[in-house]
Design a protein around this ligand. Structure first.
Ligand SMILES: C[C@@H](O)[C@H](N)C(=O)O
Ligand SMILES: C[C@@H](O)[C@H](N)C(=O)O
Lengths: 158, 158
């Protein structure tokens, strides 16, 4: 069926923080994000996958200029939670395909993944909503990724 | 700052599939989702967190009535990828807070996580966009979760 992909959105001003091996129990997500939110740090993506053996990992992205503060806060949380580890990456870029409803979502996401795979670009993080598929990649591939996605979806670069 | 939370959305007609320990290399996301998309199976959430030791996990949700077919396809993919494991869960509910821009996103998400934590509801999966924070929980807590979120955000249940 016809997919209405409206465009490619991207930014290079975010950084990602990950805390690994946190207890997969009620209250933990709040313990991690609460202090970040209390510090008035803006958060964009929040990604958590299914836990294994009672633990899981939690990743979120912030503006790069708030990374230092977020790192300090996360380190405190990591210690108090007894997390396995915590880390950050400020060399990321976020890129999204906008458009398509759920009916075409799998097709749009597949096409996006294929375009990136063809350029040997590794997908580090995936988070979706009905109208948007967002991935995080190494920022050095951003221009290449944007170009190949415009080609894959037959869009004209602005 | 003022958060414009517009409502709580939820559904109980999805099932989640997870494939664990897949190589965190270009092309893998496409290998996983391609066959699902080729079978015309609709996909809603797609979640992948940061990899560790060169491997990561990939989770997606489908309509419950397409779960059997999706499971069969995923099993084939799992074997050909040499994945660690694959599993599914049809006792989930998806619940989302709609509204708020990035500026209030961390606050909205924190408030959502806190409301669920207060009811001892475990958050299994988290995926967000700028205007939406979606989580997956055990379906048996859906009514309780919807009620506590309406209270937490001072919304009137429809
Ligand atoms: C890991 C974290 O999301 C936990 N499961 C919680 O409910 O808070
Ligand atoms: C795991 C999967 O997303 C892989 N990193 C890829 O780029 O396809």
């Amino acid at each position: 069926e016809e997919v209405l992909v409206r465009g490619v959105a991207f930014n290079r001003d975010e950084a990602q923080l990950t805390i690994t091996g946190v207890p997969d129990q009620p209250g933990v997500a709040h313990k991690i994000l609460g202090p970040i939110s209390d510090a008035n740090i803006e958060v964009d993506m929040i990604v958590q996958n299914i836990g294994t053996d009672g633990a899981t990992d939690f990743t979120f992205t912030v503006h790069r200029n708030e990374l230092e503060q977020a790192k300090n806060i996360l380190a405190e949380t990591g210690k108090s939670l007894g997390a396995k580890n915590w880390s950050s990456d400020d060399k990321i870029a976020k890129i999204s395909i906008i458009g398509g409803g759920m009916r075409s979502h799998a097709g749009v996401a597949t096409q996006m993944f294929e375009a990136l795979a063809k350029e040997n670009i590794n997908i580090q993080l995936i988070s979706t909503s009905e109208i948007k598929v967002s991935v995080v990649i190494d920022e050095k591939y951003l221009e290449l990724a944007v170009r190949s996605l415009h080609e894959a979806f037959d869009l004209h670069e602005a």
